[in-house]
Design a protein around this ligand. Structure first.
Ligand SMILES: [Zn+2]
Length: 258
């Protein structure tokens, strides 16, 4: 495959992921919250914009769409057919496949952070663009859905092959890992991942993507079945939590105030 993936930084900590093809001079972007950073990047490489993918309706993922459409008027905008984002021109359902620049993406609905949240999964290239649902060692806040929905959505993503690389929309890794270490102080994989993420950040590089196999080792929100995580959540809640969903809800609440 000749496509490459570039993180375009926006606002304080957003990543607008750009998939480009240098031969074809084409690019697509995922969650363009800011049009200017995308326009600058496209212009500097003489790329034509050929698609916009939206994971959910929040402004920091969608506010750049109109500016991009002014410059590239016929660009299709893909997203959840039930999204309140009015710029979506190509509404999709769970399981739908789209092919852009030779890459095939499957749309996965993952409600919780918002009700319209979706992820884009390329099975062949083992890439997952997961917006504000899954972060390195963390997950999005629950704004519109329930804890049960968010927990289910994370499990849906973790059921994908473990080698899949997850591309989140924010650089939250170090804060997430600090929380993960508070939940599981004896988890050596977390300690190791903190070192790796610190190194990358010191070099000015993104700490992401991460693999789902790594998330399985360090992300407390996908480890609600692990005894050490359950013990920590029980202590926080000061009771025996009855289910993994309760463990998840307790962790999410704990992180909100961490
Ligand atoms: Zn969001």
């Amino acid at each position: 495959m000749t496509n490459s993936i570039t993180p375009l930084q926006a606002f304080d900590d957003n990543y607008i992921w750009c998939i480009s093809n240098a031969q074809q001079k084409k690019a697509l972007v995922i969650d363009p919250g800011d049009s200017q950073v995308v326009l600058n990047y496209l212009a500097s490489h003489a790329y034509q914009l050929c698609a916009i993918l939206v994971t959910h309706h929040h402004y920091d993922h969608t506010d750049g769409i109109n500016g991009l459409l002014q410059r590239y008027p016929d660009t299709p905008v893909y997203g959840n057919g039930d999204s309140p984002c009015s710029a979506i021109s190509q509404p999709l359902d769970d399981g739908d496949h789209i092919t852009i620049m030779g890459q095939e993406f499957q749309l996965l609905t993952v409600p919780g952070h918002t009700l319209d949240h979706v992820a884009y999964y390329d099975a062949k290239n083992q890439q997952l663009f997961c917006g504000d649902t899954l972060f390195l060692a963390g997950c999005g806040r629950i704004f519109e859905g329930t804890a049960a929905q968010m927990h289910q959505s994370l499990q849906k993503l973790m059921a994908l092959p473990s080698a899949v690389q997850a591309y989140p929309a924010h650089e939250y890794s170090l804060a997430n890992l600090a929380f993960a270490a508070a939940v599981e102080p004896d988890n050596k994989d977390i300690t190791q991942t903190i070192k790796q993420a610190q190194q990358k950040r010191q070099q000015g590089e993104p700490s992401v993507p991460s693999s789902l196999s790594q998330e399985a080792l360090v992300n407390p929100f996908v480890r609600c079945h692990i005894p050490a995580v359950i013990v920590a959540a029980n202590q926080k809640a000061e009771r025996q939590l009855a289910s993994q969903t309760d463990v998840f809800a307790t962790l999410r609440e704990w992180k909100n105030n961490f």
